[in-house]
Unconditional design. Structure first.
Length: 247
């Protein structure tokens, strides 16, 4: 993970911790019923950030090595997850985890794969995984055909024209993931809609790396909220998706 990517999130840590949503509970259950993860599996959670994905793994009883280079994000995870004896916080990157070779059963990367050097990460996965171990790449992905998401994408494009549109953004990301797995992987998808009040909607949008606290952009978000909200809440159609395979 490049230093500029680490630095990018320093100003976003509080927003990220407070407003980013978790992952589908049905997806978490799927991991334990269908992928081979058991309660005694050793898991390396790459780019673990504030611990959003590490937490449900720890709740299941797993030993989790949370790999995060950003000091601010890692410190929040260490505070929030300190009650779990099997939580191990490590200042490192996905390309150099510092973990022992052949020591990990599963590697997870939630909302993090696109920040990694794919080739170096693949080499590191092969080094630390036990024989037969799997890599699980996870994202929360907005449903691109939902009207509210179309309007949000248009607003983002207006204020941040260098930010890739939602269709090309996911095409490139998916192509990269498919290449990482040499096109041999399982794909799963679970509904995980987001329900926000106005403050949460603005905070979650501002937690993204591309966004700034721009007056016009905030006004646009408020307009979208007014149009699509009901009884003080807006629903953002969203899925938890995952690519599961060996390397």
């Amino acid at each position: 993970m490049k230093n500029k990517n680490i630095e990018m999130f320093i100003q976003k840590v509080e927003l990220y911790s407070k407003y980013r949503q978790g992952y589908s509970k049905d997806f978490i259950e799927y991991l334990y019923s269908q992928t081979g993860i058991s309660f005694d599996s050793y898991i390396a959670d790459i780019g673990s950030g504030t611990g959003i994905f590490s937490k449900p793994l720890l709740e299941k009883g797993n030993k989790v090595y949370s790999i995060e280079p950003n000091d601010s994000m890692r410190s929040i995870a260490e505070s929030d997850l300190s009650e779990y004896d099997d939580f191990h916080s490590i200042k490192a990157t996905g390309e150099n985890t510092t973990l022992v070779s052949n020591s990990i059963d599963f590697i997870t990367a939630a909302q993090a794969f696109h920040w990694l050097d794919m080739e170096l990460f693949k080499v590191e996965c092969k080094r630390i995984l036990k024989k037969g171990g799997k890599v699980i790449i996870i994202y929360n992905r907005k449903k691109k055909d939902a009207e509210v998401n179309i309007k949000l994408a248009e607003l983002i494009k207006r204020y941040y024209p260098d930010h890739m549109d939602i269709i090309n953004h996911w095409e490139l990301r998916e192509n990269s993931i498919k290449s990482f797995f040499d096109n041999e992987f399982e794909f799963v998808e679970f509904e995980n809609n987001i329900t926000n009040n106005l403050q949460e909607f603005i905070g979650r949008t501002l937690s993204h790396s591309f966004s700034q606290n721009d007056e016009g952009f905030i006004f646009g978000l408020k307009e979208i909220f007014t149009i699509f909200s009901n009884n003080g809440s807006i629903i953002i159609p969203n899925d938890t998706i995952a690519y599961i395979g060996t390397v």
